[in-house]
Design a protein around this ligand. Structure first.
Ligand code: EPS
Length: 390
């Protein structure tokens, strides 16, 4: 079975971050400007730290692309770190509660937390955004769009009207605020509250987390599988989202709320509307989408809905109690330059890791060696599905 996969390499203050993407069909136009725009979006947001003033993340494509299109060979994406000083960066002996510092130091049998934190840092998400944006180059060929917003920051909660056209929603999410004021929230009143929460956290020497929601629009039915646990697309999405630094919970559709309701209030009743047969739903319409577009781990033609909850950043200016790993004496945790809130940036990461998982499932269902082959397969499948019963 054809599949799409990626690995990343690189440390926060190493020379560069790398993503190696394998399995991209040949002939996909690669939009470097779009990948760079995603990288830039990831650097933005209210509450970001000073590192983002140093870096201007841009992608270099080292392999797999010729004359603007993929050629079927592995694609290497590189983002060079300007703040590259891994050998000179000081040792860290006072682990930050909530960071990988202590657990990693024990794991690798060291008392210098830097050995762990350099790779654990969310700086690595730049490589994942680049890989996800590359996957979006494939998805856009099939008019599949992934769109994420910040639903909440601390106690400030947005109300998002998903019936609005996606172009308008994007304008509301990104249009109004400057790079450093942006909170990735299309609800202007809530966005103002989010900035107030972040501002207060900064004054308090504290940090705040939040919730991100990503939706996949135009997603065809039949992606993922109920046949094996690791082919279930909801399971893969959960892994991709939980794999983002600082994410502690993932929900699909109604999420954990479904456990508190009877089946009659949870499951989305099915009807058929011939007029909608050309849509992703193939005409199988639902009044609700509590399932978040996934039943049995397979897309059902409704928008896929994923939410991820991010904890507050572990680096606090007003440091928490910790222990010096060398002396075992009580000490305040170390402070490294960091963010007060990275939820807006995390929404870009989540949008792109979700895009990658959708593209992976897409390649597994419709893949082939080239875009032409994938398109033929895709159209033939949808044609057959519309003709049911065969
Ligand atoms: C980040 C870069 C890092 C941090 C942040 C994310 O840069 P530096 O450590 O040089 O200031 O700002 O990393 C963390 C929050 C973390 O816990 O490690 C980035 O580019 O996203």
């Amino acid at each position: 079975m054809a599949t799409l996969s990626y690995r990343t390499a690189g440390e926060s203050h190493g020379k560069a971050l790398i993503a190696l993407v394998e399995g991209m069909p040949a002939g996909v136009p690669i939009d470097i400007a779009m990948i760079n725009a995603e990288l830039q979006r990831r650097q933005g947001g209210y509450g970001r730290g000073a590192r983002q003033k140093i870096e201007t993340d841009t992608v270099d494509i080292l392999s797999g692309v010729r004359r603007g299109k993929s050629i079927g060979s592995p694609i290497t994406l590189q983002i060079v770190n300007r703040d590259s000083r891994i050998d000179d960066a000081p040792a860290v002996h006072r682990p930050r509660p909530g960071h990988a510092d202590l657990a990693g130091s024990i794991k690798w049998l060291t008392t210098d937390c830097r050995e762990t934190l350099e790779r654990a840092s969310a700086r690595e998400t730049a490589a994942r955004v680049a890989a996800g944006a590359l996957a979006k180059c494939l998805l856009r060929q099939f008019e599949i769009e992934v769109f994420a917003v910040v639903l909440s920051v601390g106690p400030a909660v947005a109300s998002v009207d998903w019936s609005i056209d996606i172009g308008e929603l994007r304008r509301r999410r990104d249009g109004g605020d400057s790079f450093t004021e942006w909170v990735a929230c299309p609800d202007a009143a809530a966005a103002e509250q989010m900035r107030a929460v972040i501002r207060q956290a900064k004054i308090d020497g504290d940090t705040v987390g939040g919730v991100v929601e990503a939706r996949v629009l135009g997603c065809p039915p039949g992606l993922g599988s109920c046949v094996q646990y690791d082919q279930r697309l909801d399971a893969r999405l959960a892994m991709a989202v939980m794999g983002i630094q600082a994410f502690k919970a993932v929900e699909i559709g109604l999420g954990k709320e479904a456990a508190f309701l009877p089946g009659s209030k949870v499951h989305d009743e099915i009807a058929f509307d011939r007029a909608q047969r050309q849509r992703a739903s193939l005409g199988f319409v639902r009044k609700t989408n509590h399932a978040g577009g996934l039943e049995g781990g397979i897309t059902n033609g409704q928008p896929v809905i994923v939410r991820g909850a991010m904890k507050p950043i572990a680096t606090l200016l007003k440091a928490l109690e910790s222990v010096d790993l060398n002396t075992k004496q009580p000490e305040k945790a170390a402070y490294e330059r960091s963010d007060v809130c990275a939820v807006p940036a995390a929404s870009v990461v989540m949008e792109n890791v979700v895009a990658f998982e959708i593209a992976r499932a897409f390649v597994e269902k419709f893949g082939g060696d080239s875009l032409v082959e994938a398109r033929a397969d895709y159209e033939s499948f949808l044609g057959l599905a519309r003709k049911l019963p065969l």
